[in-house]
Write a new protein. Structure first.
Length: 246
């Protein structure tokens, strides 16, 4: 059973299209036209075309593409802001808001034509955003699942709280966790495919695989294919098996 996955996109529409092209090339070589493509969240923020990314994914899914998406923390922040100008995500450090340049909501707003969001009053920005943003976009983000399970694999944006049953995990952890998950070397019962924390190259840690290679910071966007718990990185030359580090 094959499953494709694409790391954190962060508004990089051209890179997303190129990742989809690599996946289609792999389908032609290996013959599984029905294998789903799971996008690992953080569709928006930092990159130049969050609006285009959402249009591309929503229209593709509507047209019958086997694409699935799990919710990222940036996706939740965008949807939260669209619902409430004063929304502040629980995972943000004190004093930060979604439109702060370090967070990246300013770039998302700019992709809809809402400019100069770092200094203006949030309520003014919110009013402009309500007029500019297709309401289908935040609704799509709001309703995304926090995780998907398939064939011995768990696809989740950030990770899990180790030692906690999946059904008891908090959304905050699934979208935001880092250190407590990263340092835990236990078998989690499934190989966890995740993003959220950029790494220089896709990395297999034995019990988890991080495929966020920093597209939000101008670095490559990674696509992989999983056959059972064997993971291959998709390159322009084809598959390259990703083996546990060390």
């Amino acid at each position: 059973m094959q499953t494709y996955a694409i790391g954190d996109i962060h508004g990089q529409l051209d890179a997303l299209r190129a990742a989809h092209d690599r996946i289609e090339d792999d389908r032609q070589r290996h013959g599984d036209a029905d294998a789903p493509v799971i996008h690992m969240g953080d569709l928006t923020d930092r990159g130049p075309d969050s609006r285009g990314v959402l249009d591309h994914l929503i229209s593709g899914i509507a047209a019958g593409q086997p694409w699935q998406v799990v919710k990222g923390n940036h996706d939740r922040m965008f949807a939260g802001f669209m619902a409430d100008a004063d929304y502040r995500d629980a995972g943000l450090r004190e004093g930060r808001w979604w439109t702060h340049p370090r967070v990246g909501g300013d770039a998302t707003m700019a992709s809809y034509g809402v400019m100069d969001t770092t200094e203006r009053d949030r309520r003014e920005i919110h009013r402009e955003a309500l007029a500019a943003v297709d309401p289908a976009h935040p609704e799509f983000l709001r309703t995304l699942p926090t995780h998907l399970v398939r064939d011995g694999l768990l696809f989740v944006h950030a990770g899990i709280r180790p030692g906690i049953l999946l059904e008891q995990q908090s959304e905050d952890d699934l979208l935001w966790i880092r250190d407590d998950f990263h340092v835990d070397t236990r078998d989690h019962g499934a190989l966890i495919i995740h993003g959220h924390t950029p790494v220089d190259q896709p990395t297999h840690y034995g019990n988890r695989v991080n495929i966020d290679t920093g597209a939000g910071h101008g670095h490559p966007l990674t696509a992989v294919v999983c056959e059972g718990t064997t993971v291959y990185v998709l390159t322009d030359e084809g598959r390259k098996e990703l083996r546990p580090a060390g």
